[in-house]
Design a protein around this ligand. Structure first.
Ligand code: NAP
Length: 281
């Protein structure tokens, strides 16, 4: 069976819209997300456009700061600092990757933990590791929502995550662990990868290699989540060889229309949560 992120996302956004309207009624302002983009990378520009459109869809305010590649880092840092100090801004997002030459780490460190709606800060990642989640990285958060729609009890399941990035693989593994799965994290140095993946009840691919996960790597009846977004000949392709793996999986996410739409929806959810946390202080 397919897990359509688009449909789960539409439901979640409909609920968010109601909560955002309640927030505005109660606090006299809209939750606000500020998005900063540097450079002209077309994929990044599309993501930013979709984030801004998502805000509008659920009734949130968005601020958009666009800088040409080569803009001095100090200028962008000033914007982040101003947004950090602005009480009417709830979330700050710097679209990654930044063009070459920028110090990504020092720029991201200027975002206060409570406005880190991407869930990338060491504090937010650390809280998740301690199973005291506050702001959860959007993509893995979306995957957990999608897994919930299967109705499968995750407790005790054997989960394998391919990929160990700080933004996807690691928080994904922590969320599955917090959900009482037995978790294995694989990466480019993993030996006997197929042997490990073929024992997974839940297999998450977050690699960035088109059709990397083939049917022989998948257990019969597994839930397969494809986080990958790869552009091949102008088309979007996941990390999973969908046509063949689909025949073995009990549930599988398509690309496009799977995990992707959920990511922005969870960003909106995180922004509302940040706004509520501040307003209710
Ligand atoms: P990343 O930072 O490049 O991490 C990729 C991970 O895959 C690394 O841990 C790497 O291992 C591992 N890997 C690479 N080649 C491998 C191999 N041959 N065997 C096993 N593991 C291998 O990428 P990311 O940011 O996590 O993103 C992963 C994918 O998800 C990309 O396609 C990205 O576009 C997509 N993505 C989608 C969304 C969404 O909304 N759907 C959001 C974010 C990312 P090492 O650590 O050893 O290098």
């Amino acid at each position: 069976m397919l897990i359509y992120g688009k449909a789960v996302s539409a439901d979640t956004r409909a609920q968010l819209k109601i909560k955002v309207a309640d927030f505005e009624k109660k606090y006299g302002r809209k939750p606000c997300l500020a998005v900063i983009i540097v450079g002209e990378d077309p994929a990044s520009q599309t993501y930013v456009r979709n984030k801004i459109a998502g805000c509008a869809e659920v009734g949130m305010k968005s601020l958009h700061y666009e800088y040409a590649a080569g803009t001095p880092q100090a200028e962008i840092e000033k914007t982040v600092k101003d947004l950090a100090a602005d009480d009417t801004v709830d979330g700050i997002l710097v679209q990654l990757p930044l063009p070459k030459g920028y110090d990504e780490k020092s720029l991201l460190e200027l975002i206060p933990d409570e406005k880190d709606v991407d869930g990338f800060s060491p504090t937010n990642l650390g809280l998740l590791a301690m199973n005291r989640p506050r702001t959860i990285s959007c993509t893995p958060f979306g995957v957990m929502k999608m897994l919930a729609t299967t109705g499968v009890d995750l407790k005790g399941k054997n989960a394998v995550v391919i990929g160990r990035s700080n933004t996807v693989g690691k928080p994904m593994a922590m969320l599955l662990l917090n959900a009482d799965c037995t978790v294995t994290v694989c990466h480019s140095k993993t030996e006997n990868l197929a042997e490990i993946t073929s024992k997974a009840d839940i297999l998450v691919a977050a690699i960035g290699r088109p059709k990397f996960v083939t049917a022989d790597m998948v257990k019969d009846g597994a839930i397969v989540i494809d986080v990958g977004i790869n552009r091949v000949d102008g088309k979007l392709v996941g990390d999973v060889d969908f046509e063949n793996v689909e025949k073995k999986a009990s549930f599988i996410t398509p690309v496009p229309g799977g995990v992707g739409p959920m990511t922005i929806t969870m960003l909106l959810a995180n922004t509302l949560q940040a706004a509520l946390a501040k307003a209710e202080k």
